[in-house]
Design a protein around this ligand. Structure first.
Ligand code: OGA
Ligand code: MN
Length: 297
């Protein structure tokens, strides 16, 4: 906090790192959240970019209800990942069935990325709830793209200001998910490449943030594939230096909600001897959906 009066009256907010992130205390997400409390949670999300609630009990339905306070729920573009009874919920786990097949999405997101950046309107935020978490490893790491942008040399900022990244899920899958069954033509047709500015203005805070990812930004418009990809990797490496990063070590009962508009994140390896079961929802960026609709009208 800024030394001014504490803007939080209904919740306690405790920063978890220098880079970003705060723990929110005094909230039980299995109950309906009064508007005045929600307004402070929303404020903390914008201020810290990652908010962490500990010791929660969250059914898929309850997680949907809380997620929907922030905007319209978003289902994963690829249907095979959806929860059978709750299409907006995705179960991520390293568990396998009797035939040794993964029962949920596994080994995903090991490259720095921002969720659904390969869609015209990416996810505003993503909510991950730890049901079973390894005692060590399998952290989720977050990098602050406001701070990374601000730290760029002035000439780099000027150079990238008007560039667009090419976000391409089919490329990402073919490059990073070789152990999975390939996308079908039908699945690929749902995720054609899209362009997003390398520097985006956050619609709620008005701050500029870098927007690109080593996991999904194939290249940069107007550059050769190799040149564009090299610039993406250089910017991604710069932006994910330890000084910009918070690494979340999971405990069962943690609910973490992050802001995809100003962060990159990635999964880290988990030891297969430990079970990891996570329940995940995503919130659509409704302001961007409205803007896109107005442009195409
Ligand atoms: C995600 C994601 C990382 C993790 O859910 O979008 O990238 O650690 N998860 O599971
Ligand atoms: Mn992700």
């Amino acid at each position: 906090m800024d030394g001014q009066s504490n803007p939080y009256r209904h919740i306690r907010v405790r920063p978890v790192s220098q880079a970003l992130g705060a723990e929110i205390l005094d909230v039980d997400l299995s109950q309906d959240i009064p508007d005045a409390v929600f307004a402070e949670i929303h404020r903390a999300h914008l201020e810290f970019s990652v908010i962490v609630f500990r010791d929660q009990q969250l059914s898929p339905l309850r997680q949907k209800i809380f997620s929907a306070r922030f905007g319209t729920l978003m289902s994963h573009a690829i249907e095979r990942f959806r929860h059978p009874e709750h299409p907006e919920v995705m179960v991520m786990t390293n568990l396998k069935d009797a035939a040794n097949r993964n029962i949920g999405a596994s080994r995903a997101g090991f490259e720095w990325h921002s969720d659904q950046s390969y869609k015209p309107a990416p996810a505003l935020g993503s909510m991950l709830y730890g049901i079973e978490c390894p005692p060590v490893g399998a952290n989720t790491e977050f990098a602050n793209m406001y701070a990374a942008y601000e730290a760029l040399p002035a000439e780099r900022k000027a150079q990238i200001e008007s560039l667009y990244g090419i976000h391409d899920y089919a490329w990402s899958w073919a490059t990073f998910l070789k152990d999975r069954a390939p996308l079908t033509e039908e699945e690929k047709a749902k995720v054609p490449p899209v362009l997003h500015p390398l520097v985006r203005v956050h619609p709620e805070t008005g701050r500029k943030a870098l927007y690109l990812s080593e996991g999904a930004t194939r290249s940069i418009e107007g550059m050769s594939e190799a040149e564009g990809r090299a610039l993406v990797q250089e910017l991604s490496d710069f932006a994910t230096q330890p000084r910009f990063v918070y690494s979340h070590q999971w405990r069962a009962g943690d609910l973490v909600f992050w802001d995809n508009r100003c962060l990159l994140h990635r999964a880290t390896p988990s030891d297969p001897q430990y079970r990891r079961v996570m329940q995940r929802t995503m919130v659509q960026d409704d302001s961007l959906v409205r803007r896109l609709a107005a442009q195409s009208a």
